[in-house]
Write a protein that binds this ligand. Structure first.
Ligand code: URA
Length: 190
């Protein structure tokens, strides 16, 4: 048996590996089904997530819930985590040193959950999972592979809050994810 999610959380403890610990209210470890077939990976907690200790509970999170419905999924049926587990001040971009300190926990979460499909939201998680420099504009809504995982990169739902034209693109891409999951169910019997 590999590592469990509880063990990964225990390893994090009251993490002080980078400066983000200074400003955080809560570590945002992740939420959902520990045996999910689909794992959704975002960027970093925002203000609401930091306060509540749960990923995607703000405006982008409400839209993510809607998008999951387009794919025939619910928040409870997937596992949602972020590249960074603590909120960067003022919601600035994650820094390389912070990512380096934090991603071993994400890697262990992926190992513990063992999903079939990783849905990466936005550039940071897509670049991390696919080890690519290609941007999300060219990759969103495509089906990729990383090792034994099927990877579906998506625009970050927050992008649609600033650019409403991305709303329909995201809905279409999540509907495609629903079709893909149906095919996987037929082929792999789950
Ligand atoms: N954006 C993210 O990438 N993650 C969250 O948890 C919230 C907003």
């Amino acid at each position: 048996m590999g590592v469990t999610l509880d063990e990964v959380r225990a390893q994090m403890g009251d993490c002080r590996r980078c400066m983000l610990c200074e400003g955080r209210t809560n570590i945002v470890f992740g939420v959902g089904d520990p045996h999910a077939r689909v794992m959704v990976i975002g960027e970093a907690p925002g203000k609401n997530e930091d306060l509540q200790g749960e990923p995607f509970v703000g405006a982008a999170g409400k839209f993510l819930d809607e998008l999951l419905t387009e794919a025939g999924l619910t928040r409870e049926s997937v596992f949602i985590a972020n590249i960074l587990k603590c909120r960067p001040p003022g919601n600035r971009d994650p820094q390389v040193a912070e990512i380096e300190q934090c991603v071993p926990f994400l890697r262990d979460q992926i190992r513990a959950i063992h999903p079939d499909v990783l849905v990466t939201l936005g550039n940071f998680s897509t670049k991390f999972v696919l080890k690519t420099e290609r941007g999300i504009t060219g990759l969103h809504g495509t089906v990729q592979r990383a090792g034994r995982f099927v990877v579906v990169p998506m625009y970050h739902p927050a992008a649609a809050l600033y650019d409403p034209s991305k709303r329909e693109v995201l809905k279409k891409d999540f509907a495609m994810l629903g079709d893909l999951l149906e095919k996987i169910r037929e082929m792999w019997g789950r």
